[in-house]
Ligand binder design. Structure first.
Ligand code: NAD
Length: 479
């Protein structure tokens, strides 16, 4: 089921262009290890061409478009993506190893995101105007920034592309999108599908790595804003690079979500919830339920529910009816194995799983690791794979202290039937999202984003559109 092995081109200024040199990077099917596409490694010159096209579009007719016109184009994009939904799901499944159910789930939410942003384009506003000095009227204009560099990760390639490009376009910016070097396939197809919808130069898609392509985008003087979803270390590098020109930076970085399970929680519901939230997309989700904190007296009871739930997850070739596929790459497989092996060596207990599955492809067993401590590496650092840890706490204060005691602040959940506990926890947890008695659902209308080293800026919701604009004060003297 090879997509193509022909070197692809770059989507610049409304059409396909050859890269300046022949360097390519392979995109691999993680279920088989086969190369499915050789995508160009865009050079500094290619980046410059894409940015110049985006700049010219921004300064041209795109700058005259009304919110209704931009909304109409985004709506059309949603339609075209829906019409090609099965094909895009297949590409995503092939490039990321997503089972059909996961790819279809991504597609459903991606379409909802597209339609939300199409609508949201029309309701951006500044605060009311008025006279704040006698004889003068002030007004606020909300304006786009210019060329936005959108840099996406590999775990949800199409959805992350949509989260980045849609609010930027809705707000009137132009975009250069760079998908992850591991997963360029769906973004290239998206460019093709969008080609007849947006004017030339409004949406450009270039492939390549972080070191050359990404870094050239970040350093480009005509890029007004860089929006990254990726690793904390990448966010730090980009923020540092961007500080030279003081361009705006929007960072959605890693997570290490705690799942606080009080002794009055419905343990069966917790186990079913974690089965999904810890292992969906092979656990390669920045909000994944990775770190279970359990009241000590129900620790064994919880494992009694959790172990069979996790053992019931079907794993295998994403083309067959399974719940979980491989992790994205050989490197990711080694990373996940390394975390679990080191945890075992330092005294943790493997409740279930705990090993790579042999044979072709990059498969790791759905795993639960118990008897871990607050300072253990596997508790403090993002594994980004199908592994959850289970840790005991002695009282409510300790639960909240442990939950907050990590460098990340993206998402958390609390499981209890006591409303006071739930709301106290929701207030105390230093994370961008807190769920009560569930973990992982997101909606287009609500913001997604973190605090601490999970970054800053919001995806989804009207808050994300605002992040892609600047406000201008206009003051007129009258009389
Ligand atoms: P990554 O940081 O390695 O790569 C992300 C993107 O940044 C890629 O396109 C890469 O080419 C690019 N990049 C790397 N170095 C760069 C540089 N110096 N300059 C410019 N661009 C550069 O992350 P990844 O491994 O692709 O994705 C996994 C990470 O993403 C995890 O940490 C995960 O938690 C995070 N993530 C966060 C969210 C969120 O919403 N907060 C969502 C999904 C994934």
């Amino acid at each position: 089921m090879t997509t193509t092995t022909k070197p692809a081109q770059l989507f610049i200024n409304g059409g396909w262009q050859d890269p300046s040199d022949g360097a390519t990077l392979p995109a691999i099917n993680p279920a088989t290890g086969e190369v499915i596409l050789e995508a160009p490694l865009a050079s500094k010159q290619d980046v410059d061409r894409a940015v110049q096209a985006a700049r010219a579009a921004f300064e041209g007719d795109w700058g005259e478009t009304t919110p209704a016109e931009r909304s109409g184009m985004l709506w059309k994009l949603a339609q075209v993506v829906e019409e090609h939904g099965d094909e895009l799901c297949r590409l995503e499944s092939e490039n990321v190893g997503k089972p059909a159910e996961v790819a279809a789930g991504d597609m459903e939410f991606t379409l909802d995101n597209l339609r939300f942003f199409a609508g949201a384009a029309r309701i951006l506003e500044g605060r009311a105007a008025g006279e704040y000095m006698r004889g003068y009227t002030s007004m606020i204009r909300r304006e786009p920034l210019g060329v936005v560099a959108s840099i996406a990760p590999w775990n949800y390639p199409l959805m992350m592309a949509v989260w980045k490009i849609c609010p930027a376009l809705a707000a009137g910016n132009t975009v250069v999108l760079k998908p992850s070097e591991l997963t360029p396939v769906s973004a290239l197809r998206l460019a093709e599908l969008a080609a007849d919808i947006f004017p030339a130069g409004v949406l450009n898609v270039i492939t390549g790595d972080g070191e050359t392509t990404g870094a050239s985008l970040v350093r480009h003087s005509d890029v007004a804003m860089v929006s990254l979803t990726g690793d904390v270390a990448t966010g730090v590098t980009i923020a540092r690079e961007a500080s030279e020109s003081l361009k705006r930076v929007h960072l959605e970085l890693g997570g290490k979500a705690p799942v606080i399970i009080f002794d009055d929680a419905d343990l069966d519901a917790v186990a079913e919830g974690v089965k999904v939230a810890g292992f969906w997309n092979s656990g390669q989700d920045c909000t994944a339920a990775t770190r279970l904190l359990v009241r000590d007296r129900v620790y064994d009871d919880l494992l009694g529910y959790l172990a069979p739930a996790v053992e019931s997850i079907t794993v295998g070739d994403p083309r067959t009816e399974v719940e979980m596929g491989p992790v994205v790459s050989e490197e990711q497989l080694q990373r996940v194995s390394g975390f679990v092996d080191r945890a075992k060596a330092s005294g943790a207990t493997v409740v279930t799983g705990g090993a790579a599955r042999g044979g072709e492809g990059f498969f790791y067993e759905p795993s639960v690791v118990g008897d871990v401590g607050q300072h253990d590496e596997i508790v403090q650092r993002e594994v980004f794979g199908p592994v959850v840890t289970v840790q005991r706490f002695a009282d409510d204060d300790q639960a909240l202290a442990y939950a907050n005691d990590v460098q990340y602040g993206l998402a958390a959940s609390v499981w209890t039937t006591n409303v006071n506990r739930a709301f106290k926890a929701a207030r105390s947890l230093k994370f961008g999202t807190v769920w009560i008695n569930d973990h992982i659902p997101l909606v287009s209308e609500m913001p997604h984003g973190g605090v601490k080293r999970s970054g800053y800026g919001k995806d989804l919701s009207l808050y994300s559109l605002e992040d892609y604009t600047t406000i201008k004060h206009v003051m007129a003297k009258f009389g």
